[in-house]
Ligand binder design. Structure first.
Ligand code: F6P
Length: 390
């Protein structure tokens, strides 16, 4: 009998979602597997809301997800396993392709006997394994596009560096990234002066001294800070610790703004400049069309997910992206190795980032080089030692 599988997207949108959905649908059509769209992530499956993918004119180059998204933690839904099993049987689905970040995919751990292919997507790039000599999942879908964006937002060629040097500004730019600094470190391709990430609590006096020195020589400074970064006392630079979402994550309220305020108070009297600003591109990181690498990855993952589902699959399997001689290709990774999603949640470590210098290491630069092009020269204008300022 013809296999019928559901496909759903959950969590924050990323640029290549429609591209994966379309590739999965095409692969299904070519190989005799019916791929059915589930509208609204896990909530859509609970509500049994589906759509015929052949009728909605999917455009892989448009970002976001036509299947919509939700953030549902099945651990908080009563009788979730039974309800999901009933939905699958009612909709006559043999299994699922689940496209999501750490939260959406964590639901698979409550449904270990349901055939699922899990595809990680998140601009946070934090789903996978990063251990010495073991990088499982080179990148998550959506990360290359967002990485290119943040780098361009700060760069001299396309971004904030031009207004920074023109007005002698110190600009603090906020990156998304609740727990992991992958997006923030990718800004290194656009050459900000300093980067602050959640994995390494900020030694503020070190930052302040570095900013003062750099401003003294360069007359402008660009700092990138992840939203989930912390002070050295362990408190978030800016988050409301009392307000939490369905997965228990705190609500962030602008780390760049908080840091800019503190720097302004400490440095402005010294430099006599009013120009300490903050910029938060926020959802712009997730918006817009996918870049070529994300499009290729989406095509590979969408097609291979359906091929994998058409085999006999009795459990959830992660479909990851590994580097190969020809670029990137998909690789299966069994869930059996892992107790929960925490085992598949990865962070930036000091192989990639130097917390004392607040910048990316050579290994970090090499990691990023495989994802995107460098965005031109770091600075412009007066040379480092321009003497006639005051
Ligand atoms: O999980 C990806 C992410 O982009 C985080 O970095 C960010 O904190 C979060 O989504 C915010 O998403 P939303 O406002 O849609 O809940």
């Amino acid at each position: 009998m013809r296999k019928r599988i559901g496909i759903l997207t959950g969590g924050g949108d990323v640029a290549p979602l429609n591209a994966v959905i379309q590739s999965a649908f095409e692969q299904g059509t070519e190989s005799g597997v019916e791929v059915v769209g589930i509208v609204g992530g896990w909530q859509g499956l609970l509500d049994r809301e589906t759509v015929d993918l052949g009728r909605i004119g999917l455009d892989p180059k448009i970002g976001g997800t036509v299947l919509r998204s939700s953030r549902v933690n099945l651990a908080n839904v009563q009788d979730a396993r039974r309800k999901i099993t009933e939905s699958l049987s009612e909709l006559q689905l043999d299994g699922l392709i689940v496209i999501g970040g750490e939260d959406t995919l964590s639901n698979a751990f409550h449904l270990r006997d349901i055939p699922q292919v899990l595809i990680s997507k998140t601009i946070d790039n934090d789903v996978g394994i990063n251990e010495p000599g073991r990088l499982v999942n080179y990148f998550t879908l959506g990360y290359p596009t967002a990485a290119e964006k943040i780098a361009s937002f700060v760069s001299l060629k396309e971004g904030l560096r031009t207004t920074a040097y023109s007005h002698e500004r110190i600009i603090v730019v906020e990156s998304m990234g609740m727990h992991a600094g992958w997006l923030a470190i990718s800004s290194a391709m656009g050459h900000p002066d300093f980067i602050i990430i959640p994995e390494f609590p900020l030694e503020y006096e070190n930052l302040k001294a570095k900013v003062a020195k750099r401003f003294g020589s360069q007359r402008h400074v660009i700092i990138v800070v992840s939203e989930g970064s912390k002070w050295s006392n362990g408190r978030y630079i800016s988050a409301d610790e009392d307000e939490r979402d369905d997965f228990g994550h705190p609500k962030f309220k602008g780390a760049a703004e908080a840091l800019a305020k503190r720097l302004k108070a400490d440095l402005v009297p010294f430099f006599n400049t009013r120009n300490v600003n903050s910029v938060n591109p926020s959802y712009l990181y997730r918006s817009g069309r996918p870049n070529p690498l994300d499009l290729d990855a989406a095509e590979t993952l969408g097609r291979d997910a359906v091929t994998l589902m058409s085999k006999k699959l009795s459990e959830p399997v992660f479909l990851t992206l590994k580097e190969s001689g020809r670029g990137f290709e998909s690789e299966e990774f069994s869930l059996k190795e892992l107790r929960d999603i925490e085992g598949f949640h990865r962070f930036v470590d000091n192989r990639y980032y130097d917390p004392a210098e607040l910048r990316v290491t050579t290994d970090g630069t090499n990691y990023l080089a495989k994802l995107s092009a460098d965005l031109g020269s770091p600075v412009y204008g007066f040379s480092q030692n321009h003497k006639e300022r005051r």
